[in-house]
Ligand binder design. Structure first.
Ligand SMILES: Cc1ncc(COP(=O)(O)O)c(C=O)c1O
Length: 425
C-alpha cells in the first residue's frame, strides 16, 4: 500500500474537518521511531501530540495492557467497579500538586476532563462564569472550544459559543503583553462586564500548548491565586498537555509556588490509551450529585492498567530528569542555530516542552511559511515535527522522553539540516 493511495481514499471517506499534518500512514511504532506503510522510518518528535511520553509501545505499558485484556476489558466502573481504578485515583490524589485532600474522576479525553472540571466548578460555587485566556486551548467539545482562545479553526462556523465565558490576554513578553497587563485585563473585566461574584473558575494551561508553548509566568499564577482567593473563584490548571514528566515535573504546577483547586489531565497519563482525569479539592469534587459525572468508557480498565504502568515507568526511568536533560540539549542546539538564523526569534519552554518561534527576517511579523517549510523539510528527511501557535509560526518539540541518545542526536542533525535547507532556499 502507498501513502498516496490511502490518502485519496481518506479524502473520499473522512470529513475534511479532521485536519491532517502529514500523509504518513503508520504501520508500526516503537520507542521514538515510526515506520510507515511504505517502510520508511521516521523519528517521532510529536509523540501523538505529547501522549506517548514513555515512548511507543513501552514494554511495561504493553504488558500491563496485555494482562488486563486477559482478565476483562470493560464492565463500566459505574456498574461493576474494579480496584485498580480506585488505586489510580489514590495515586493521582497523592501526586497532583496541592496540600489538601483530593478526589478524582476518570473520563476519556482531555476535552471531557475540561468539561467536567467546569461542571464541578459550577456545582461547587453555584456560579456560572468562567475566565479563560487568549491563545489557550481546551478541546473541541462545546465548552472546550468556547474556552479555547483561538477562533480559526476551532470555533469557525460552529455558531454561538457557551455563554458566560470571558477571555483575557495571556502574558507573552515577546508579544508585548506583560503579567501586569494580563492581571489588569481581569480587573477591567470585573469593572466593566463581569461581577467577580458570578465567576466560578479561571482556567489556564501552565504552559500554553496549541497556542504556542508560552509558559505562564510565576507572578501570573500567584496573581491569579490571589484573585481567586479574594473572590471565592476556583483555579483550574489544564495539564492535559503539560502533564506526566513533559515539563521536568510530573505536573507543571510543581514548578509554581501556588496550587490549582482542580487539575485536568489526559494525553501522557495512559501512554497512548484514551484515559483522562480531573483531580481536585475533595469538597469541590464532591459537589456534583451522584450520577452527574462519569460516562460509559470513563476509566476504562485498559487505560487504567496502562496509566499505572506509565506512572511506574516515569519513576523507574527518572523521566522528569530525562526531560530536563533532553530539553537543555535541544535548547543549546537551537540557540546555536539561532545565531545564524535571525528568523528564529525565540527558543523557550520548561523540561522537554520546547518550542522555537519564527518571524520574518526583520523580526516584525509571524512567519508561518518558513515554520511550515521547516516542518515539511524535516518530514521528508525522516523527522516528524509539529507546529503550533495562534499564528502558526512555532515549532514544538515533543519527542518521547525515553528517546535513546543516539536517535536524539540523529534527530537534532536532521533538524539543523532542515532549517539550513529552508534558510538557504
Ligand atoms: C491543554 C489541552 N486541553 C485540552 C485538550 C483536549 O484534549 P483532547 O484532544 O484529548 O480532547 C488538549 C489537546 O491538545 C490540550 O492540549
Amino acid at each position: 500500500m502507498l501513502n498516496a493511495e490511502i490518502s485519496t481514499r481518506r479524502d473520499a471517506a473522512i470529513s475534511r474537518g479532521v485536519g491532517m499534518q502529514t500523509q504518513v500512514y503508520v504501520d508500526r511504532a516503537l520507542g521514538a521511531e515510526v515506520w510507515d506503510v511504505e517502510g520508511k522510518r521516521y523519528i517521532d518528535f510529536a509523540a501523538g501530540i505529547a501522549v506517548v511520553n514513555t515512548g511507543h509501545c513501552h514494554p511495561k505499558v504493553m504488558e500491563a495492557v496485555r494482562r488486563q485484556t486477559e482478565s476483562f476489558t470493560h464492565t463500566c466502573h459505574q456498574v461493576l467497579p474494579y480496584e485498580n481504578y480506585i488505586r489510580l485515583a489514590e495515586r493521582l490524589n497523592e501526586k497532583v500538586p496541592g496540600d489538601f485532600d483530593k478526589k478524582t474522576v476518570f473520563v476519556t479525553t482531555g476535552a471531557e476532563a475540561v468539561e467536567n472540571a467546569i461542571k464541578v466548578a459550577r456545582a461547587a460555587t453555584g456560579r456560572n462564569a468562567i475566565i479563560a485566556f487568549g491563545g489557550g486551548f481546551h478541546g473541541r467539545t462545546f465548552m472546550g472550544m468556547s474556552l479555547t482562545g483561538k477562533v480559526a479553526p476551532y470555533k469557525k462556523g460552529f455558531g454561538a459559543m457557551m455563554p458566560d465565558v470571558f477571555h483575557v490576554p495571556f502574558p507573552v513578553d515577546l508579544h508585548g503583553v506583560s503579567t501586569a497587563d494580563a492581571l489588569a485585563g481581569i480587573e477591567k473585566l470585573f469593572k466593566a462586564d463581569l461581577d467577580p461574584d458570578r465567576v466560578a473558575a479561571i482556567i489556564l494551561e501552565p504552559v500554553q500548548g496549541e497556542g504556542g508553548f508560552y509558559p505562564a509566568p510565576a507572578d501570573l499564577m500567584r496573581g491569579l491565586r490571589k484573585l481567586c482567593d479574594a473572590h471565592g473563584i476556583l483555579l483550574i490548571a489544564d495539564e492535559v498537555q503539560t502533564g506526566f514528566a513533559r515539563t521536568g515535573h510530573l505536573f507543571a504546577m510543581e514548578g509554581y509556588d501556588v496550587a490549582a483547586d482542580i487539575t485536568t489531565m489526559a494525553k501522557g497519563l495512559a501512554g497512548g490509551l484514551p484515559l483522562a482525569a480531573l483531580t481536585g479539592r475533595a469538597e469541590v469534587m464532591d459537589a456534583a450529585a451522584p450520577g452527574g459525572l462519569g460516562g460509559t468508557y470513563g476509566g476504562n480498565p485498559l487505560g487504567i492498567a496502562a496509566a499505572h504502568a506509565v506512572l511506574d515507568v516515569i519513576e523507574e526511568e527518572d523521566l522528569c530528569n530525562r526531560a530536563n536533560e533532553l530539553g537543555s540539549r535541544l535548547k543549546q542546539r537551537l540557540n546555536a542555530i539561532r545565531s545564524r538564523v535571525p528568523e528564529m526569534v525565540d527558543v523557550r519552554g520548561p523540561g522537554f516542552m520546547i518550542a522555537a518561534e519564527f518571524n520574518t527576517a526583520d523580526g516584525k511579523a509571524p512567519n508561518p511559511e518558513m515554520t511550515n517549510a521547516i516542518r515539511a523539510e524535516a518530514l521528508s528527511r525522516g523527522l516528524v515535527l509539529l507546529t503550533c501557535g495562534v499564528y502558526g509560526n512555532v515549532i514544538r518539540f515533543l519527542a518521547p522522553l525515553t528517546i535513546p541518545d543516539a536517535i536524539f542526536a540523529e534527530a537534532l542533525d536532521i533538524l539543523e539540516a532542515s532549517i539550513d535547507a529552508v534558510k538557504g532556499a
